[in-house]
Ligand binder design. Structure first.
Ligand SMILES: [Zn+2]
Length: 442
């Protein structure tokens, strides 16, 4: 019998944490933050909080009951990729599962290392780097296989747990991108070889979109239009995007050189993710751009950029309008910087639809407009699968059971609707779980 413990990520988009049990062997998949709460309460500095505070603020999944009953059976903690809603809670929570190694792709482990280095924290658990396409025996009866998947950060994997009762495939954040700007396509061959898949646990973030999610290469075309074909020769050009989206940052740096501008990458989290990617030999951004993570460096470079606006392309943190990020500090003059009429600010992102983000973004956009800045929004495609991608994944795997995750009840209901359309029965082989519930599959 396989038991799925829904610890977090089933009642909201965030604090992902699922445990899969076979007899007395358990593997925890993901251990992340609820980003909406991180931004609301702590302006992004949640990594410094004690665990009791993280529980109180609802930033991490409530695993107390699970840990009390099953904690000593946990054989490994396995994050699927390096986004904070999947790995953010590991520095605070992993040491409660003593003896369980944290197993991730090299980039994911490097990001974890940089999170801890930055905050002066250390976890006692052993860190194990496992490449996509490789397997690892975590316990007597559970073998872990990493299947490469495209997403919006590097070295994302779908996690296949091979148990004596079949395979559990955990696909929490993925898309099918046939033309990724860095890295390869999702490993379809490996997916087709997974048989029999007993349970599919899959991300529902974007399942409401009746389409296929477009490729990251579309963003390249959008950026080319904006960067090369607008009147911007004398103006400052600034792009803000997700710090973890290294493929996109790399692409923007290359555009800067095409425009004969010097790329300046400014912001702590950008510097950290770049550092992690370079430690794995995945990119050489600091060889092509000036990367500054600390305030004094950022201020110095901004002063330089202000004098020769047409010579630079700035890549900065703050695409959601976060008050502590570089863009907000520039716009509000907290950093000694003045925007000029017709300077360009390009949002290479979409607003993540939480009230705090919408408020922060509205504030920053108004602020920029008051300074007569030209704004370009939504230069972005998502890293999450749409409804028709989900249909394809289910058709490839033909799982006996389907458990949608990573969404509130509305998103999960959309996934159930799709599954029922494909012949699944609610409660029989497609299941609605909420945080704190468990599902036994005989
Ligand atoms: Zn993700």
């Amino acid at each position: 019998m396989i038991t799925i413990h829904a610890i977090g990520g089933y009642s909201q988009i965030g604090k992902n944490m699922t445990a899969v049990q076979w007899k007395d062997e358990i593997v925890i998949l993901d251990c992340g933050f609820w980003m909406e709460k991180v931004i609301s309460f702590e302006n992004g500095s949640a990594s410094e909080l004690e665990l009791s505070e993280l529980y109180r603020l609802g930033i991490v999944a409530d695993d107390k009951e699970f840990r009390r009953k099953y904690g000593n059976m946990v054989k490994a903690i396995i994050p699927s990729h390096a986004h904070l809603d999947h790995v953010g809670a590991i520095p605070a929570m992993a040491s409660n599962y003593r003896g369980a190694p944290v197993i991730g792709t090299p980039f994911t482990i490097e990001v974890l290392n940089s999170l801890m280095k930055d905050k002066g924290k250390k976890i006692k658990n052993k860190l194990v780097k496992l490449n996509a396409g490789s397997s690892y025996q975590v316990s007597k009866n559970i073998l872990v296989e990493f299947v490469y998947a495209t997403h919006s950060t590097l070295q994302t994997v779908m996690i296949a747990l091979h148990t004596p009762d079949g395979i559990v495939l955990y696909a929490n954040d993925w898309k099918f991108d046939e033309y990724p700007s860095l890295g390869r396509r999702t490993d379809y061959d490996a997916l087709r070889k997974l048989t029999p898949v007993k349970v599919l646990i899959s991300d529902t973030t974007r399942i409401g979109r009746e389409s296929k999610t477009h490729s990251e290469s579309i963003v390249k075309d959008m950026l080319r239009d904006v960067l090369l074909w607008t009147e911007n020769k004398e103006n400052l050009v600034l792009i803000t995007t997700y710090a973890s989206h290294i493929a996109r940052v790399n692409m923007i740096v290359d555009f800067a050189h095409e425009m004969k501008r010097q790329p300046l990458v400014l912001g702590r989290s950008l510097a950290n993710y770049i550092d992690a990617a370079e430690n794995c030999g995945l990119v050489d951004i600091s060889g092509k751009a000036k990367v500054c993570g600390w305030k004094h460096q950022i201020v110095k470079e901004l002063k330089r950029a202000m004098k020769n606006r047409g010579n630079y392309l700035l890549i900065v943190t703050g695409n959601q309008g976060e008050p502590n990020a570089v863009l907000s500090r520039m716009a509000t003059h907290e950093f000694p910087f003045e925007f000029r009429k017709d300077d360009q600010v390009i949002f290479c992102s979409e607003v993540i639809p939480a009230p705090i983000n919408m408020a922060n973004r509205a504030y920053i956009e108004k602020n920029l407009k008051n300074q007569s800045v030209r704004i370009f929004k939504d230069i972005h495609v998502s890293g999450h699968a749409s409804r028709e991608d989900h249909r394809d994944l289910i058709n490839i795997l033909k799982p006996k059971h389907y458990v949608p995750t990573h969404g509130g009840i509305n998103k999960i209901a959309k996934a159930v609707e799709l599954a029922m359309e494909m012949g699944y029965d609610l409660g029989k082989n497609v299941h609605i779980l909420q945080d704190g519930q468990k599902l036994e599959i005989k």
